[in-house]
Design a protein around this ligand. Structure first.
Ligand code: PMP
Length: 463
């Protein structure tokens, strides 16, 4: 191989991929006898692979990212124009698209004030942890440094983000992890029977109060932040129970704990509001976001804070340590904010938040209707176009459907031209929630096609 082959020479492309590309999240043994899949082109909700097979993508680029759909020329034009003008300048300086996008973003996030640019979801979360640690040192003699995270939540693939990760399966074999990250229980009401003491009623308040118990156990003077997903994504599409978020905010206020909301998946429209937390009328202190910020047209992530958090880093300029001593080289790429500006304009111009609410309701109804036909669907849940169907062997015991069977359902859909996903629980082998997050432009016809494929797959795989 000399690397000079043409993009139309598919067999050589597959050969090079098989020989040299290490795919994410993949066991490569099967690729010795079957071809790795290469996605070649996309338009709207549809993608084509190396053999020209068309699929409808019900998971926005596999991982909840392409919110405005594929093939957006206006984003490509905006990025191109910016790149030829200035592609990059890193370090301490600002940029024109960075400045414009910060104002657009803050306008959508009342109460928030500052945007810190970086390039992945994990990285944005790491920035938050570093801020919490530095605030602990500056204000609390290093004591208020602990960061609480929730069972089943995920915050990224770096070692720090994994220390803050509630999906044990992803962490196995990668320890040891840094200290000071403390786990709190999940809030999945459907599985409250697995949680000792969970009540019949007011589960949301109970689940939030369980976090308070942990804060009291650790000592509130040692806890700096609570980091939560607004709707847990990879951990099973977990919508919070009634009253949960309001009580969480009260607890954080009472014990002077920063509330860090990880909007890497929910951010920028996915649930039908600009941000997931906005469904619950609460105000965070820090918000991380990535995937939907530029719909994957460029790599960009942001950590957004209140002015109060920002102020803690500028109160004593005579102290040489008194600023956030952090950098992200690729936070200086201008393609990210240039793409993000146009991405946000598209969502506004095409009323995609409204479409997300309407199509999300429709898809929830269609998936719920499948429950009458398939006993394996234990619960359908979600918000906007961020939906999950938890599969069980028996509705009474709620025993998870084996992961292999869930995998066979996902594979059957894929074979029939519909790409869906499945989420991760903490327990190896128990990943049993099908995941749906089509682009925010989707129509009833698209949804019907997706739901029909799921219906067929459940029938074929489970008999
Ligand atoms: N937070 C959440 C909620 C995520 O789902 C993910 C990725 N799936 C991340 C953080 C990490 O983002 P990235 O892969 O861009 O580092």
């Amino acid at each position: 191989m000399d690397g000079t082959f043409n993009e139309n020479d598919i067999s050589r492309i597959v050969e090079a991929d098989r020989a040299h590309v290490w795919h994410h999240l993949s066991q490569h043994k099967p690729y010795e006898t079957s071809d790795p899949r290469i996605i070649v082109e996309g338009k709207g909700l549809r993608v084509w692979d190396q053999y020209g097979k068309e699929s409808i993508d019900a998971v926005s680029g596999g991982v909840w990212t392409v919110n405005v759909g594929y093939g957006r020329e206006s984003i490509a034009d905006a990025v191109r124009d910016q790149l030829v003008k200035l592609n990059f300048f890193g370090g301490t300086v600002g940029s024109i698209p960075g400045s414009i996008f910060s104002e657009m973003l803050i306008d959508k996030m009342p109460g928030m004030s500052r945007v810190y640019y970086c390039s992945s979801g994990s990285e944005a979360n790491e920035k938050a942890y570093k801020m919490v640690r530095q605030i602990a040192h500056k204000r609390f003699g290093g004591k208020k440094h602990k960061i609480l995270y929730r069972d089943r939540d995920y915050h990224g693939s770096t070692i720090g983000a994994m220390a803050c990760g509630g999906q044990d399966e992803r962490n196995l074999q990668y320890g040891p992890f840094p200290d000071g990250f403390i786990r709190v229980p999940h809030c999945l009401e459907y599985r409250k029977h697995e949680q000792a003491g969970a009540p019949e009623e007011n589960y949301g308040i109970w689940a939030a109060n369980e976090i308070e118990k942990i804060i009291l156990r650790e000592g509130p003077e040692t806890v700096g932040a609570l980091c939560l997903e607004p709707v847990t994504a990879g951990g099973g599409v977990i919508t919070p129970p009634d009253g949960y978020w309001e009580r969480i905010r009260e607890i954080c206020d009472q014990y002077e704990i920063l509330l860090h909301i990880d909007e890497v998946v929910c951010g920028v429209g996915r649930t039908g509001t600009w941000f997931g937390y906005q469904h619950y009328g609460i105000k965070p202190d820090m918000v991380s976001m990535a995937k939907g910020v530029a719909s994957g047209y460029a790599a960009i992530s942001c950590l957004v804070t209140t002015e109060a958090v920002f102020d803690m880093f500028k109160d004593d300029p005579s102290d040489v340590l008194n600023y956030f001593r952090d950098i992200s080289t690729f936070g200086g790429c201008t393609a990210g904010p240039a793409a993000a500006i146009e991405n946000m304009k598209i969502i506004e111009r095409e009323n995609l938040l409204e479409n997300t609410i309407n199509m999300g309701d429709y898809m929830l109804d269609q998936l719920s209707a499948l429950q009458d036909k398939h006993n394996a669907i234990g619960q359908v849940r979600g918000k906007g176009l961020f939906l999950g169907a938890e599969l069980v062997t028996d509705r009474a015991t709620k025993e998870p459907l084996p992961e292999k069977t869930v995998g066979a359902i996902v594979a059957d859909c894929s074979k029939n031209g519909v790409i869906i996903g499945a989420t991760n629980r903490s327990i190896p082998g128990q990943n049993n929630t099908l995941c749906f997050s089509p682009a925010l432009i989707c129509t009833k016809d698209d949804i019907n096609q997706i739901v029909e494929a799921v219906d067929g797959a459940l029938g074929r795989v489970l008999g």
